[in-house]
Ligand binder design. Sequence first.
Ligand code: HEM
Length: 471
Amino acid sequence: FRFRRRRMEALAAKLPGPTAWPLIGSALQFLGSSHDLVATISRILHRYQTPTAFWLGPRLYVAIARPADIEAVLTSPHALERDPVYRFLEPWFGNGIFTAQVSTWRINRKHILPTFSPRILQDFVDVFSAQAQILVRKLAEEVGKGAFDVSHYVNLCSLDIICETAMGLSIGAQDGNNSDYIRSTDRLCQITTLRVFKLWLHPDWLFNLTPLGREQARHLRCTHNMVNAVVRRKRLEHGLNSNDGSTSRKVLIDHLLELTGKRLDDQQLKDEVTTMIAAGKDTTSTVTSFVLLVLAIHRDEQEKVAEELHTIFGDSGRPATSRDLHEMQYLELCIKETMRMFSVGPIIARHLTRDVPLSDVVLPGGSSVAICIQHVHMDPEHFPEPHKFKPERFVSANRRHPFSYIPFSAGPRNCIGLRYAVLAVKTMVSTILRHYKITTPLKMADIELKLEVLLKPVQGFPLVLEPRTCS
Ligand code: HEM
């Protein structure tokens, strides 16, 4: 321990970074609201060149934002372990692949990966489209009423989509059903974020005694009960019908049962399904809301998307198919560019189990690395005029470093739901834009960001809707 600690101290002395005080390190810098936090991180990264070192209590963090450094870390076999800060997700995600130790993760990721194959995802597009059409009908209530926060509607739609495709369960969130489950998933996100940034809530024994700890336990019971019931039912169905001649649409849990057989017990199965819902719902809905907001600000680009959609669908109101989604090339550029400017997972962190060499320093085993995704996406060296929304920058296969654009992370522990997410975002955005013209009172310069596990605008996602056929 002392040897490791001495090496970390030697490295920290070599690298630029904020002042570290005994015991607390630089923790005082990160106090304040979720809004202050984004400003603080951005100030530190601009002030010191990366790699930058800072201490949070006894832990050394090295923040990196050069693509070559990011590649070295994300492809290293010694940087697969998540940073200890992710442990606050464990009561919710259990031992699912997001939070699992590397030994479990390695086996389960291999088994789960085929359930996200293009062929399987293609079958989900019907669900995405049907739910997006409900979303459009719900949004009609807002026409002519001025600005409203679209993320409320998109959130419910995303939850319906993920529950139906993960568990085969129509929870009817958009129709006002299952409000307990919806409240519980929302509160679990908020409580986890609060815990990460409030140091006194870190010890489990203390947290469990607080009203927040008791509230978390209640919401965990609610969400886990729902998934438990589905796992029990599905296991029974698959037991009765092991060669599965069933004609109904297979969902993620069916594919998991088929592909893994008995290798995943009920508890693991429950953890994996919970992980998919929790990791997929908020990310997908936040990206969708960001794309809508950015297109509401950039009217010319919005019209180009609308023209593309008109070319694909004409005046038909038919639901989108996977072939249609594939043809939405300009919308895809807009989604990529939005995810560059607003990376909903702006920083991810890994724990190093052994030394990882970068070009000029060696990161010592035992330290943590903060990979600053949002910062590299806004670096003018890789993205000239980074504050300008320019979807065309993604048109050509240019010579940009592959690790300079990583909204879904990269390497062996990247986002397993990447393709699923892009299809779901495309379906929701395109279905809305086929029916409505969208504007917003916000300008790009007005958008201030806060960090609540995910990156979100302080102002929410205010949109004004006008029926597209009226123009
Ligand atoms: C646009 C939406 C999404 C974005 C931007 C996104 C982004 C990310 C990022 C950055 C990571 C790496 C996290 C880290 O290393 O700390 C990640 C991991 C992960 N994501 Fe996503 N994600 C999205 C949607 C989804 C969906 C829809 C699902 C599942 C249905 C999903 C499931 C996962 C899982 C299970 C992991 C952990 C993978 C592993 O450790 O092997 N994500 N995602």
